[in-house]
Design a protein around this ligand. Structure first.
Ligand code: ADE
Length: 246
C-alpha cells in the first residue's frame, strides 16, 4: 500500500511512520509513506502557503494553489487512482471498521491542514472525504494522519509478527480486549489469574472471551447496545456480572 501525505511538516510524518510496527512494515516493503510539502509548490519569493481570511477574524487560511499543486504532484507519483482524505474535526469519526476498509485500498492521499483550515473551494474540488480522529481539536492534521497511518499500517498483511494479534485486537469483533499478563506469576502488585497458567486452552479462550465481554459491558456499554449476543456470549457475560457483584 502507498500513502501520500500533503503536509507542511513532512519530517513529522516521516518520523512517525518510521517507528515501530509501521516502520517495520515500510522496511518489509508492505507500506510506503511519502510526504509532500505544499511550500515546495509555491511560486512567490516568500513561499507563502497561507493568507488572512476574507470577512476578517482570527488566524490564517491555507491557500488553494500550493495545496492543489502538491496534491497533483502526489497523485501523479503513482499509477493507481487514490481518494484524497482531509483530516479535520468536521470529518466522519474514525473507527476500526473504517480503518479496516481503508487498509484494503492500494493507495490513499492524506491532506493535513494547519492554521484555521483550508480554503473551502479546495476541499470542494479536491477532497473525496473528511475524517476526524475524535471530538477534540488538534493544531493540525499531521497527528491525525499519523494515527490513521499507524492504524492502517499495522493491518497490512505481514506487518504484525504474530498473525493472531490483529484478530485479537480490541474492536476486531466489536468488543474491548481482555487483560494480559506476563512474568512473574507472583508480584507484590498481584497474582496472575490461575486459569492462564492451567494449560487448558479451551478454558483460557473462554476466560478471555468472558473478560472481553465483561469489560465492554463495564466500560463501553454503547458497543453492546443494539447487539444481539450469541447464547454462549450471553452466558459468559452473565457469569462476569455475577462474579463482579458485591
Ligand atoms: N485536525 C484537527 N483536529 C482534528 C481531529 N480531531 N481529527 C482529525 N484532524 C484534525
Amino acid at each position: 500500500m502507498r500513502i501520500d501525505v500533503v503536509t507542511l511538516f513532512p519530517d513529522l510524518i516521516a518520523h512517525c511512520a518510521a517507528a515501530g510496527v509501521v516502520g517495520r512494515a515500510q522496511e518489509r516493503g508492505l507500506l510506503q509513506v511519502v510526504a509532500w510539502n505544499p511550500r515546495d509548490y509555491t511560486s512567490d519569493p516568500y513561499r507563502r502557503v497561507d493568507e488572512r481570511p476574507f470577512g476578517g477574524g482570527p488566524g490564517m487560511v491555507m491557500l488553494i494553489d500550493p495545496l492543489r499543486a502538491a496534491l497533483a504532484a502526489a497523485r501523479a507519483a503513482a499509477a493507481e487512482a487514490a481518494p484524497v482524505i482531509y483530516l479535520s474535526p468536521q470529518g466522519a469519526r474514525l473507527n476500526q471498521a473504517r480503518v479496516r476498509e481503508l487498509a484494503q485500498r492500494p493507495r490513499l492521499i492524506l491532506l493535513c491542514g494547519r492554521y484555521e483550515g483550508v480554503d473551502e473551494r479546495l476541499l470542494e474540488h479536491e477532497v473525496d472525504e473528511e475524517i476526524s480522529i475524535g471530538d477534540y481539536v488538534l493544531s493540525g492534521g499531521e497527528l491525525a494522519a499519523a494515527v490513521l497511518i499507524d492504524a492502517i499500517g499495522r493491518l497490512q498483511e505481514g506487518a504484525l509478527n504474530d498473525a493472531e494479534s490483529a484478530a485479537q485486537d480490541s474492536f476486531s469483533d466489536g468488543l474491548l480486549d481482555c487483560p494480559h499478563y506476563t512474568r512473574p506469576e507472583r508480584h507484590e502488585l498481584g497474582v496472575v489469574p490461575p486459569v492462564l497458567l492451567s494449560g487448558d486452552h479451551a478454558a483460557i479462550r473462554r476466560w478471555r472471551r468472558k473478560q472481553a465481554l465483561g469489560r465492554t459491558w463495564q466500560r463501553r456499554p454503547d458497543l453492546l447496545a443494539g447487539r444481539q449476543l450469541e447464547p454462549e456470549d450471553q452466558k459468559l457475560l452473565l457469569e462476569f456480572q455475577e462474579d463482579t457483584k458485591i
